[in-house]
Ligand binder design. Structure first.
Ligand SMILES: Nc1ncnc2c1ncn2[C@@H]1O[C@H](COP(=O)(O)OP(=O)(O)OP(=O)(O)O)[C@@H](O)[C@H]1O
Ligand SMILES: [Mg+2]
Length: 235
């Protein structure tokens, strides 16, 4: 392959990691999101707040290509998601997105280390490198000594730290987190949030997270609020 031209290199540098272009999503005629436009670049963080039912999880699902807009376009790492086949959208998600959920979604009977390794195995990455990366991440969240335990034996805060490692295993450029501290007490929540920000910063990833905590929302570079289906910047 020829070396990329300066023009191509510049185009890549200027290409946003995630872009919503006038996105709308309706369910059975009921509009949940409309006219949503924003962009997120590598190394940036966005927090999103809004009442229950305002469409925060829906927006994250659109960002991950788990769901598709009724109108408008979501562009992930330069690729518009709507025209892709389900399979190609899954492959793009696997390469580009790390997901963190409120209820961790770990497999309780698998060991902590295996839970972290799972996305690497699914993707067919070299097993030894996957193990090594998992070990490194578990050390960063201070869970090395729990690597062999069944994940179901951990506390909530510990489980979420494992989930962070799993999300970051394959070095995704984008991390999406849906109320990652919603199920934790304040101290555990703060620790998870600190680690989430540190790990994404280390990876130069973009971070988009949903929270009900004003304090946590304010930790992001930009705070967005969903209200009546519209996205607004919070001053
Ligand atoms: N697959 C679906 N089919 C029908 N309606 C849906 C679907 N997904 C979401 N909705 C509706 O869209 C609205 C927004 O839901 P969403 O889960 O995005 O809210 P949220 O802001 O994440 O709320 P919470 O803070 O409670 O998690 C809700 O009224 C919900 O019922
Ligand atoms: Mg939600």
């Amino acid at each position: 392959m020829p070396a990329p031209t300066a023009h191509a290199t510049m185009a890549r540098m200027q290409r946003p990691l995630l872009e919503f272009r006038d996105v709308a999503r309706a369910f059975g005629g009921r509009t949940v999101l409309s006219g949503v436009s924003f962009r997120l670049d590598r190394g940036e963080s966005l927090s999103m707040v809004g009442r229950s039912g305002s469409g925060k999880s829906t927006l994250l699902h659109l960002a991950a290509g788990i769901d598709l807009p009724t109108r408008g376009e979501v562009v992930l790492d330069g690729t518009p998601l709507s025209p892709l086949s389900d399979r190609n959208r899954s492959l793009l998600r696997r390469r580009c997105v790390g997901l963190v959920f409120q209820f961790f979604h770990l497999l309780p009977h698998l060991s902590v280390a295996d839970n972290v390794c799972l996305p690497g195995w699914v993707a067919g990455d070299p097993p030894r490198a996957t193990r090594e990366r998992a070990r490194e991440l578990l050390a960063q969240v201070a869970l090395s000594d729990r690597a062999g335990d069944p994940a179901g034996k951990l506390s909530g805060g510990e489980m979420q730290r494992v989930a962070l490692c799993r999300a970051l295993l394959r070095r995704p450029p984008l991390v999406l987190a849906d109320e990652p501290t919603g199920n934790l007490d304040e101290a555990a929540g703060r620790q998870v949030m600190d680690l989430l920000r540190q790990l994404t910063r280390d990876a130069d990833a973009g971070l988009l997270f949903v929270t009900h905590s004003r304090e946590q929302a304010a930790l992001a570079g930009t705070v967005l609020r969903l209200r009546d289906g519209r996205l607004e910047a919070v001053a």
